[in-house]
Design a protein around this ligand. Structure first.
Ligand code: ADP
Ligand code: ASP
Ligand code: MG
Length: 402
């Protein structure tokens, strides 16, 4: 019988009522269909609350202990979910990441999954049980608890789907599918029926929270279809799967925004081999990931290099570059926090040169200045002022989806 992995996010489990409703709905389903494995996140704002507690105690909690603390959020929800299912007559059993042998590397708070032991879960499925696994957490070879980074329950769910050779992953969330834009920003956005892995991966990298990029990456690699649907409401949802490009394909599938970025500019960089390398090595040494990079044309033997990073990395990145700049007279570092990225995504972009001009026209008509541009086969991203993000998203939706 096919195995289906379902992942439930924190917002879908934020109250006992929601957990109870979910259990009642699952009880109906379990009497009908496939074998279920559930992956659950911590309830509501639990992970934020636990993080706040740690930082209230100390400005620099040891990463190992932070993981110990954060992992408790998911441990609460697996147990409650199992109890709720028992209440409706479903034989369910809960497991932590440690218990299912979800092995990771040792990079606390950002650990990467190395593998998972499927035997235990398969054994319980054979006994007719619904297995509930804690998302977001794993264990190192030294038996230390790790977490996979924010939003990491999606990764747990996909790792299990791969290990169990599941038929599909159902991501059950607070939206009834993937929309042409974040429905919280553009309420008139439309649900998309089907999306390619490539488009979804670009969307996730561009900042759409709806699926974690690493989960989409694994889904694509192992060709596991994902169905994004509402946790509590019935609906068609959105399928993410292998799609043939064809003339029926809409040129643009969606507009995605990311307001969690910051921009750094290094002025007066000597125009000689090795300087860009030095700057980005400095950032890499601080574990700062760089996204868009723009270098200006050379004037008087120097140029400027601008790039975007995660806003949370800004202080660390700026500090490191300022100490590098001390070695180079005239070099200076400037940070801008209030910027955001707006991205247009679609398989059709690679074959239509009018998309870029349409995007720039729509932003210009809103009086939005473009600070940086990056393109790939299936996306065009612009960095703009954060305050103009919502009006930018709406302008692009009106231009491309009406
Ligand atoms: P979960 O806790 O279930 O993992 P998330 O909050 O991480 O849920 O992701 C779901 C959210 O993603 C939605 O509430 C929605 O605001 C946001 N989102 C952003 N872009 C989109 C989009 N294009 N379509 C649907 N949801 C989107
Ligand atoms: N609870 C974790 C978080 O809030 C993991 C997740 O929800 O996916 O980031
Ligand atoms: Mg999430």
């Amino acid at each position: 019988m096919p195995i289906v992995v379902q992942k439930y996010g924190g917002s879908s489990l934020s109250t006992l009522e929601k957990i109870d409703l979910l259990a009642a709905k699952l009880a109906e389903r379990e009497r009908r269909e496939d074998k279920l494995v559930l992956v659950v996140s911590a309830m509501g704002e639990t992970t934020n609350e636990l993080t706040r507690l740690a930082y209230e105690l100390t400005p620099s909690p040891p990463a190992r202990e932070l993981d110990m603390l954060l992992a408790t959020g998911e441990q609460q929800s697996i147990a409650l979910m199992a109890m709720a299912l028992h209440k409706y007559g479903i034989d369910a059993i809960s497991y932590t990441g440690v218990q299912v042998g979800l092995k990771t590397d040792t990079l606390h708070t950002q650990a990467k999954v190395l593998g998972v032991n499927s035997d235990k879960i398969l054994g319980q499925i054979e006994k007719g049980k619904v297995v509930i696994v804690a998302g977001f957490q794993g264990v190192t070879a030294e038996d230390d608890v790790t977490t996979l980074g924010r939003g990491g329950s999606d990764i747990t769910a996909m790792a299990l789907a791969v290990a169990l050779k599941a038929d599909r992953l159902e991501k059950c969330t607070d939206a009834d599918g993937v929309y042409t834009a974040d429905p919280r920003i553009y309420p008139d956005a439309r649900r998309i029926d089907r999306l390619s892995y490539e488009e979804m991966l670009e969307m996730s990298y561009a900042g759409a929270k709806v699926l974690h990029p690493r989960a989409v990456f694994f889904a694509w690699k192992y060709r596991i279809p994902i169905l994004v649907k509402h946790a509590h409401l019935e609906g068609q949802g959105t399928w993410i799967e292998e799609l043939e490009e064809n003339v029926e394909q809409p040129i643009i599938s969606n507009v995605t925004q990311d307001a969690t970025i910051a921009k750094l500019t290094v002025y007066g960089v000597p125009d000689r081999p090795g300087m860009a390398c030095k700057i980005f090595e400095t950032l890499a040494a601080q574990d700062v990931a760089v996204d868009m990079i723009v270098q200006s044309t050379t004037m008087r033997d120097v140029n400027d290099i601008s790039f975007t990073i995660k806003r949370g990395d800004l202080a660390r990145a700026k500090g490191a570059l300022e100490s590098l700049a001390r070695d180079y007279p005239g070099m200076d570092v400037q940070a801008e926090e209030k910027v955001a990225k707006i991205t247009l995504i679609g398989l059709g972009i690679r074959s239509d040169s009018h998309v870029a001009t349409g995007m720039f026209r729509a932003l210009a008509d809103e009086g939005i200045n473009i600070q940086m541009i990056a393109t790939s086969d299936v996306k065009i991203s612009c960095v703009i002022e954060e305050a103009q993000l919502k009006s930018g998203v709406r302008a692009l939706c009106r231009k491309f989806f009406l």
